[in-house]
Design a protein around this ligand. Structure first.
Ligand SMILES: [Zn+2]
Length: 309
């Protein structure tokens, strides 16, 4: 039996998986926002309760929205309760078993490699378009990984000068990472809302902006044209630099079917002359991929794709 945790800023997903990585149980829990003790108690409680209920001692994997510093402490500004803490070490001690952890975008891509959208690929690129933008690479089934979770932070690369020349008034938004004009600040869900305001729209959710676009509202049409230009430009640059044979998108926006038609149509214009665009595919596991990927981390502790910490 394998347990997976997907830690988010507002919710923690917990899943129990059999050895074939089929979900047996999943549950959602509010993330303790400020109390580290409450956070540790929630995670250890879920593990111990599942152990008791199932009569096993399950292995544990965890995906988190951040990276590890040189001392193994988590840097996750969106989850203040664990930011700067030796979470994996502390949980390992409390649970009396190894704990396997990695960046949540890595978990997402690992799950899509195992029976998902990028199964059988040589080099696959994963990009999650949610509240933020996560990224990951997997080569022949091994996550490209330093063990700190930072490889693939593609959302924090800058947008291109050519893009700014095409849109001279485009603001350089400040990013939570401390830089500005990061790709994430334009193509995440919150980025889309910013672009809509820039294009003359009012404060709106991503879903409402997309509905307005589909109904032909002028501000939303302008906003989505700009959004596609920035996303295709960012993705095109990554494809030129990394040459993946397939790309999978995740996060809330990554589950929208229309996104794939738009990208297939637009992407070739952002690549080098004669370069073939790789297939860009929707995720098979959707929002459940993160927790399944976390369980996969713990599946084979000796395997090269497991970034044991
Ligand atoms: Zn950034």
């Amino acid at each position: 039996m394998v347990y997976g945790f997907d830690i988010g800023g507002t919710k923690i997903a917990f899943g129990v998986f059999d050895e074939g990585f089929n979900a047996l149980e999943t549950s959602l829990h509010a993330t303790p926002v400020h109390s580290y003790d409450a956070f540790l108690a929630l995670v250890t409680g879920l593990v111990h309760q599942a152990d008791q209920r199932l009569g096993v001692r399950g292995r544990v994997g965890m995906g988190f929205p951040g990276v590890l510093d040189a001392e193994g402490r988590i840097l996750a500004p969106n989850v203040p309760a664990i930011h700067g803490r030796d979470l994996l070490g502390n949980l390992q001690a409390r649970l009396q078993r190894p704990l396997f952890g990695d960046n949540d975008a890595n978990c997402f891509l690992l799950s899509e490699y195992h029976g998902g959208a990028v199964a059988g690929s040589r080099l696959a690129l994963g990009l999650t378009l949610g509240t933020g933008v996560g990224g990951a690479l997997i080569h022949k089934g091994c996550l490209v990984n330093s063990g700190r979770g930072g490889c693939g932070e593609f959302g924090h690369g800058p947008i291109s000068a050519a893009l700014l020349a095409r849109h001279p008034g485009l603001p350089l938004f400040d990013c939570g990472c401390g830089l500005n004009a990061c790709l994430e600040t334009y193509v995440s869900g919150t980025g889309l809302a910013r672009l809509y305001r820039y294009c003359g729209g009012r404060e709106q959710t991503g879903q409402a902006i997309i509905a307005a676009w589909q109904q032909g509202e002028a501000a939303a049409v302008g906003c989505m044209e700009l959004y596609f230009d920035i996303l295709a430009s960012g993705l095109g640059a990554l494809i030129i630099q990394l040459d993946p044979d397939v790309v999978v998108l995740g996060g809330g926006l990554g589950e929208a079917a229309w996104l794939y038609d738009e990208l297939a149509m637009r992407l070739p214009a952002y690549l080098m002359t004669g370069m073939q665009a790789p297939q860009v595919r929707p995720p098979v596991f959707g929002g459940a991929g993160g927790v399944r990927g976390a369980a996969l981390l713990a599946s084979r502790p000796d395997s090269p794709f497991s970034s044991a910490v």
